[in-house]
Design a binder for this molecule. Structure first.
Ligand SMILES: [Zn+2]
Length: 882
């Protein structure tokens, strides 16, 4: 994804001023392509199926005279007369088991993996000390005066005793060079001779000798090795020894012999986020094959967005001083992140290794991403996104990105537009990461007014799916009957966070058992006044904030055309100065429909009816409780007696209230002009009411002290915020299927007001809605579950249990473009888990190797069963196409 590119100039401040010093350091840091000496027959098995194009050059070796043969072996390697292309003759000799192949590192790892995959390592009981399988041999190379032979010196002082002793038994035979390094060395040797006379400069080279353990055993047992003997060299015959690890049981807690690739990563101090993501990646089949192979050919030396910035030459003089043979001109500082990752992957796939410390990789990473320097905990997904993007830029086969103009796509079928976008993307981006992880989705913007559709196609390398808690939202509203039959009740409903107003109405109707002949009118209350009614069913619920207070009024459906009366309440306060009494509002407004031709009596009657449920029983309206109720209702207000003429009498029952309503002068009603709250006129009881054009009559009701005592105004004041939960609920973590998360991701959503879209048809900015559809799916589908939510005020982690498929993740219902060529079924092979809370916690990985699942917990590797894979810790899911 283009959004993950990094700054290319990170860390190149002193680059040019210091290039020669850097060049030495860099080349030695590079630890370039190593050479492996392996049994020719073992190699040849692999070669037949995957390295047919690689030719070997046969060298014969013979011992030379040495002054001190006991501590030094001197060999003379000469290019044999038999040509490497002469397959028939070559293979005849190659299978004798007495010939060796010199191969480069990537060939070695590919061959190793090939044997491993082929044999599937069933015979785990066969345990062998594999530490002997791979040993390092330090040799010195120089060109002899004749220029036709290579002098190989193996000195005891350079090597471990064991390795030196073993080496006495090799190099007496024939060596096939498939690496091309010997030829290169000859060429360079000649050059040196031509330029500076007959000097005999030496190059020190470390050889990795592999798979000859059995051969040595046979030798030591005195068995004659000749061309007719069937040798049991590791991996080369029918009775193949598996690559198993033994011992080191102090770091591995299970007794089973390890398989290839089951290598832990040491925690360097809060680096479990990195270890977890790395283990998932290094068990991704395509990446394993790629990085065990010759990935260096793709290293992107020229991409300015790559992880390196500068190209320079290595002078041959320096070249001679370092231990490895390499290209005369090496652009060693390019593609360093990919090199470091490849190196780490190979270490993790090296037989006989239990745990690896990813120190070199980590410091290389920090050079390009300072945020990963130090030892703080990070988000494994953030790291993964960074790494994938960095690897992509380092390995981009496109060296110069062409500029492609996006054409006007109006009227062109989606399929063609999608292909065009895809082609353009691939013209600029072509790497193993693209081959493996890049998918494409369709993004449609829809104008809410003219319904204009605007389609674009975007690439993705992973999907970030929301969890239901971030897609659903609870809202608490107060539901009020408008016939005075019940008390106001708070109702909490769960609605889609990005839902519409109609979703809220639907949920509320169910929750409050709305009858068929009723309808709901929802109003937002602010400062004890209705500031507006929530209108259109298609309005977004995002417009309602958590601290808003909403009331839903139940109204008779068949009275929709009648005028609506809104009662707001106030206490009368005596002003300190000369002015008249001022009012102070309280409580939630009450609402009702009134007949077309109503008068003051009708208003009065209606109000008393609405208040009916709040009427306190006689025994509760004693003085002691009155004070309490008043204080709760409005603790700051000193009540003034405004109703001088009110006679205190027994609290009437509801019938009495109804009967007496027309004559009581307890409440004062005045008509408010909308928009001008100060402009009001007293409602005269026996005068007809003037219904305004808006069909809404706003009535301010002044409550005298005596009335406040009679009614439970506390209930009127109890108006919760919508975000408030009714009770402290201790619900278990939510459970949701991965398909539901995907649906939430693909669901049509209105854009926020801050993301207004310019509609080309309306020629105006509109709050469009956006719909995503999966169009093209990658081979490896990485799914990030958005467990961490970042609110304006707090960060939170969702512990939702996501029920994800392991064996068959079927995306056929979620992909709009059906490409018959490829399957849309996926199988899980790795999970990155996060345990604990924000900013800390611990990461592990579950990875499938063969049929068996393993837990990678830093340096520890355990086998686990498949039913342990699904937990609420699952954070990043890795699927491969099946
Ligand atoms: Zn429009």
């Amino acid at each position: 994804m283009d959004s993950f590119f990094f700054s290319a100039d990170a860390g190149d401040d002193d680059w040019y001023g210091n290039s020669s010093a850097r060049s030495i350091r860099s080349l030695s840091d590079l630890d370039d392509e190593r050479l492996y000496l392996v049994d020719h027959r073992w190699w040849n098995e692999t070669r037949e199926s995957m390295f047919r194009e690689v030719d070997g050059v046969l060298y014969s070796t013979s011992s030379c005279l040495s002054d001190d043969f006991e501590s030094e072996i001197i060999l003379d390697m000469r290019r044999s007369e038999i040509d490497g292309d002469d397959d028939c003759n070559g293979e005849e000799q190659g299978v004798s088991g007495r010939e060796y192949a010199l191969i480069s590192e990537w060939m070695f790892y590919r061959a190793l993996k090939w044997h491993y995959d082929l044999k599937k390592v069933q015979n785990l009981a066969a345990i062998e000390d594999n530490k002997a399988d791979l040993f390092f041999l330090q040799v010195r190379l120089s060109i002899s005066g004749t220029r036709n032979s290579l002098i190989v010196r193996i000195c005891e002082k350079d090597n471990e005793v064991g390795a030196f002793n073993k080496s006495c038994q090799i190099f007496t035979l024939k060596i096939w060079d498939f690496s091309g390094q010997i030829t290169k060395f000859f060429l360079q040797g000649r050059m040196l001779h031509d330029n500076s006379g007959p000097v005999n400069k030496e190059i020190s080279l470390e050889l990795q000798v592999y798979g000859l353990y059995h051969y040595f055993m046979l030798k030591e047992n005195g068995m004659e090795v000749d061309s007719k003997t069937e040798l049991k060299v590791n991996g080369h015959s029918n009775e193949v020894k598996p690559y198993v690890r033994l011992g080191q049981s102090h770091t591995s807690s299970f007794n089973e012999a390890h398989k290839l690739g089951l290598t832990g990563l040491y925690n360097l101090g809060n680096t479990c986020f990195m270890n977890s993501a790395i283990q998932c990646l290094v068990h991704t089949p395509q990446l394993v094959d790629y990085f065990l192979g010759d990935f260096r050919k793709d290293l992107n030396f020229e991409n300015p967005l790559g992880m390196n910035v500068c190209i320079f030459q290595i002078i041959y003089y320096y070249f001679l001083q370092v231990k490895c043979m390499n290209y005369l001109f090496a652009h060693v500082d390019q593609g360093k992140l990919a090199l470091a990752f490849g190196d780490l992957l190979r270490q993790l796939w090296t037989p006989g290794v239990t745990s690896v410390g990813p120190r070199a990789f980590k410091s290389r990473l920090a050079e390009f991403a300072p945020q990963f320097d130090g030892y703080n905990q990070h988000d494994s997904q953030e790291f993964l996104a960074f790494l994938l993007d960095g690897l992509h830029e380092d390995l981009n086969r496109v060296k110069i990105k062409p500029y492609n103009e996006i054409k006007d796509v109006d009227g062109i079928p989606d399929k063609e537009v999608a292909n065009e976008h895809w082609k353009n993307h691939l013209a600029r981006n072509d790497s193993i990461i693209v081959d493996m992880c890049q998918g494409q989705y369709r993004s449609t913007l829809i104008c809410p007014l003219c319904k204009k559709h605007s389609v674009t196609f975007d690439p993705f390398i992973y999907l970030s799916l929301p969890l239901p808690s971030t897609t659903m939202r609870t809202m608490t509203l107060t539901v009020l009957n408008t016939d005075g039959s019940t008390l106001p009740i708070p109702v909490t409903v769960t609605v889609p966070k990005f839902g519409k107003f109609k979703d809220l109405i639907q949920a509320l109707s169910i929750a409050c058992l709305l009858r068929d002949d009723e309808t709901l009118l929802v109003a937002e209350i602010y400062n004890n006044c209705i500031i507006h009614f929530l209108g259109k069913p298609s309005d977004s619920l995002e417009l309602v904030r958590d601290h808003d207070r909403l009331v839903a009024y139940r109204l008779p459906k068949d009275q929709d055309s009648l005028p609506l009366v809104v009662f707001t309440h106030c206490y009368l306060e005596e002003s300190n100065g000369q002015g008249g009494p001022s009012s102070r509002r309280f409580g939630m407004p009450l609402v009702a429909r009134i007949p077309e031709s109503s008068d003051g009596f009708e208003i009065h009657k209606k109000f008393l009816q609405l208040l009916n449920p709040l009427l306190l029983p006689e025994e509760f309206s004693s003085d002691s409780l009155d004070t309490c109720s008043v204080n709760i209702a409005d603790p700051d207000t000193k009540m003034d007696d405004v109703a001088d003429d009110l006679t205190i009498e027994d609290v009437p029952n509801s019938d009495e209230v109804m009967r007496k309503s027309s004559v009581d002068v307890d409440f004062h009603f005045s008509l408010e002009k909308q928009g001008f709250s100060s402009a009001r006129s007293k409602i005269v009881m026996d005068e007809p009411l003037l219904i305004p054009e808006t069909r809404q009559v706003s009535v301010l009701v002044s409550w005298p002290d005596e009335m406040v005592k009679r009614y439970d105004t506390f209930i009127l004041n109890r108006l919760p915020e919508t975000g408030e939960l009714p009770l402290l609920t201790n619900n278990p973590p939510e459970s949701v299927s991965l398909y539901k998360c995907l649906e939430a991701f693909l669901k049509e959503e209105p854009l926020g007001p801050e993301d207004m879209w310019y509609c080309p048809k309306c020629k105006e900015h509109r709050q469009a809605s956006k719909k995503l559809d999966l169009w093209r799916l990658p081979e490896v589908l990485i799914i990030h579950l958005k467990r961490f939510s970042y609110d304006q005020f707090l960060m939170d982690k969702l512990e939702t249990y996501v029920d994800f498929p392991i064996v068959d993740f079927d995306l056929s219902n979620y992909t709009v473009h059906k490409d018959c060529q490829s399957s849309i079924h996926y199988k899980m092979y790795a999970v990155s888990n996060h345990y604990g809370g924000m900013g800390g916690g611990h990461y592990t990985a579950f990875v499938q190797c063969g049929e068996q699942w393993y837990e990678f917990n830093d340096s520890q590797v355990f086998p686990i069963s498949e039913d342990q894979i699904k937990t609420s810790a699952a954070y990043v899911l890795f699927y491969k196409r099946v």
